[in-house]
Design a protein around this ligand. Sequence first.
Ligand code: NAD
Length: 239
Amino acid sequence: MNSDIEKLQQMIDKSSKIVFFGGAGVSTESGIPDFRSADGIYMMDYKYPPERIISHSFFLEHTKEFYEFYSKHLYAPQAKPNAAHYKLAELEKAGKLSAVITQNIDGLHTAAGSKRVYELHGSTLRNFCMKCGKSYDVDHVCNGGVPLCSCGGIIKPDVVLYEEALDEETVNGALNATENADMLIVAGTSLTVYPAAGFIRYFKGRNIVLINRDATAMDEKFGFIIHGKVGEILSRIKP
Ligand code: NAD
């Protein structure tokens, strides 16, 4: 492990346009469960599979059940950034990191101080009325039942559900950052959710590393893999 950290540090020292691409595993050390780990959300026993619950059609057809699941598993107001989030913000401040691309919807990169964050799947912190567009903060949305706007419309979180398209501007920004990066750090993701997982193909450089606790669907694409907890590993890196 020590030699892996040294190798990672050397790569970071040589780089000035690092892009970090992360997933749910980046926030498990903040106490938010991921989807596919043994203690992840997919392993829980639900009447409907979680993929179905967090789909657009389910949201429209079973809004109450959607919000019961969402409030319990995807809304995490008490969660605080961990060492990974803070180290990435430090690297950006030091002029080494050009962007964080995240599949997470918890807002923790911004809370840690990162400025350029592409939230591919949106954010639980933003919510809007589907009828009049009025925005609402997260506490209004997750306080039991189906949240309604003053106009009577249903409030929807600004998160990308299954069956929905990613935001074009966010996608373009993320792809552009990846194409121009001189190092790509991929971490805390099973690399199974598309189109997000396909983004790493846009990286053209040689310095690429995967930091993940378990094996992923794309391990063979990485010459350098560190198996472990991303917060623990990044906490040992100096900007
Ligand atoms: P995933 O659950 O499919 O995979 C998570 C991966 O992270 C696993 O391979 C696991 O081994 C690894 N992991 C867990 N803890 C880790 C740690 N401390 N350090 C390093 N690796 C760790 O997650 P995914 O690939 O991001 O796809 C799930 C989808 O669900 C994403 O779209 C994501 O937006 C969403 N989601 C988001 C949150 C959140 O916002 N925090 C939480 C759950 C799910």
